[in-house]
Design a binder for this molecule. Structure first.
Ligand code: SF4
Length: 414
């Protein structure tokens, strides 16, 4: 089969994997080699649907011995099956890179024969790229659940990022919808974490020590295919950030592609829920929130009409208004409309003078949100309501009926 025909099939099959961001890579170009993960500024552009557009994002094969209920490539589906060779993947990547189409490679795969065999094929593609073609650009490779430690170690030494998709938020759901074992996912995650830590320590002693996944690991969770609440999902993400030092958890709204009685029937993919989970995730990573502060057993689902930070602020309305000239950094970050950058600017600016509302606008504060929660020099903004219900109505967002895709990154501070 023509290689471009394979590419068409296998890149279409890869589109359901959202976890292809490449932030955090600092691989330098080898002497006499080509490509540079840092200089390229990889993954700084995103499609409107939130997917990365600067990597060659492709499956090695869509053959699969497993039969995961939600997956288009599952064994029982009658679809056209193709597979690249390791050299074809390497040649495609180099060819596209030289034409300036891409800045790196995101390589995942169905499982062909068995996990070890598949991982060997992926590693061989990476070896050809790194060792034969001396490719220094960004590579993100998926670790195949169930592959041996040696093979994951080999791939981790060649890739910038190696990651395992957790796919479903609980062991029960994983057992019910897939053939994978819980340990097949968490053991490699732990191995990758250890590999990154060991490599970082060794490189402090010798700069010639081998790198291991310098851009760390990420994972992907499907949202809405199983009954777990947002609380379960957010707590799981929090635990994975702490335990495995993940760079990112990607949330992917469940898109029904198979008829399967184990799956829910949805009118449309839960894209808004996915968006709220991303916002909750940002709160944990950048705003010092705990999962327990965002949701509780009494309120286990995120409010679709309100972003989670505004929701927290309204539930703790008695803590507001805060005085921006004296509030500590953590409290500033809890004010809707003040993001990490504007909080830093406020702290710097107020060293030299008292800040008024006009100053806050100049510092990037979104006043239409923040005005309900702050004072400047002890005074509220004129004509601003203190009534909780009115503030709720002002902050709540109305949504057009779907289907549509929310932007992955909010342009305004939460
Ligand atoms: S193992 Fe991966 S490719 Fe295979 S059916 Fe499951 S999700 Fe799909």
């Amino acid at each position: 089969m023509d290689i471009m025909e394979k590419l068409e099939i296998l890149s279409a099959s890869a589109k359901y994997d959202a976890s292809c961001a490449s932030s955090g890579s600092f691989r330098n170009t080898p002497k006499g080699g080509i490509g540079n993960g840092k200089a390229c500024g990889i993954c700084h552009s995103w499609a409107d649907d939130g997917r990365c557009i600067s990597l060659l994002k492709v499956l090695f094969t869509n053959f699969c011995i497993y039969d995961c209920a939600y997956c288009i490539n599952r064994r029982s589906n009658d679809i056209k099956r193709v597979a690249f060779t390791s050299r074809e993947i390497a040649d495609l990547t180099i060819g596209f890179y030289k034409r300036n189409y891409i800045e790196g490679l995101f390589l995942s795969s169905g499982i062909i024969k068995n996990p070890d065999h598949t991982m060997e094929l992926l590693s061989e593609a990476l070896r050809i790229l790194r060792c034969e073609y001396r490719f220094g650009g960004y590579i993100h490779v998926k670790a195949i659940p169930g592959a041996s430690k040696e093979l994951i170690d080999k791939a981790g030494k060649l890739a910038d990022r190696i990651s395992v998709n957790i796919e479903l938020p609980s062991k029960e759901s994983l057992t019910r919808l897939t053939d994978k074992k819980h340990t097949d996912i968490f053991e490699p995650m732990k191995q990758i974490t250890d590999g990154v830590i060991t490599s970082t320590e060794e490189r402090k002693i010798s700069r010639f020590a081998p790198r291991f996944a310098p851009a760390g690991q990420s994972t992907q969770l499907i949202v809405g295919a199983t009954p777990e609440t947002d609380l379960t999902i957010v707590k799981l993400s929090e635990a994975m950030y702490h335990k495995f030092n993940l760079r990112r958890v990607y949330y992917s709204a469940f898109i029904p592609v198979n008829n399967d009685s184990r799956l829910p029937v949805l009118r449309e993919p839960p894209l808004l829920r996915e968006h709220r989970l991303y916002q909750a995730d940002f709160l944990m990573r950048q705003y010092y929130f705990n999962a327990d502060e965002i949701l509780s057993p009494q309120h286990p689902m995120l409010d679709i009409s309100l972003d989670p930070k505004a929701n927290w602020a309204l539930n703790h309305f008695h803590l507001f208004p805060v005085e921006v000239n004296t509030a500590d950094h953590e409290m500033l970050l809890r004010v809707p409309g003040i993001g990490p950058r504007s909080a830093k600017r406020i702290i710097l600016a107020r060293r030299t003078h008292y800040l008024g509302f006009d100053n806050l606008r100049q510092l990037g504060v979104v006043m239409k949100r923040a005005k309900y929660f702050i004072t400047c020099k002890g005074v509220r903004m004129p004509a601003v309501t203190e009534k909780l219900q009115t503030v709720y109505r002002s902050l709540a967002e109305s949504h057009e009926p779907g289907p549509y895709q929310m932007k992955l990154f909010s342009t305004e501070p939460l």
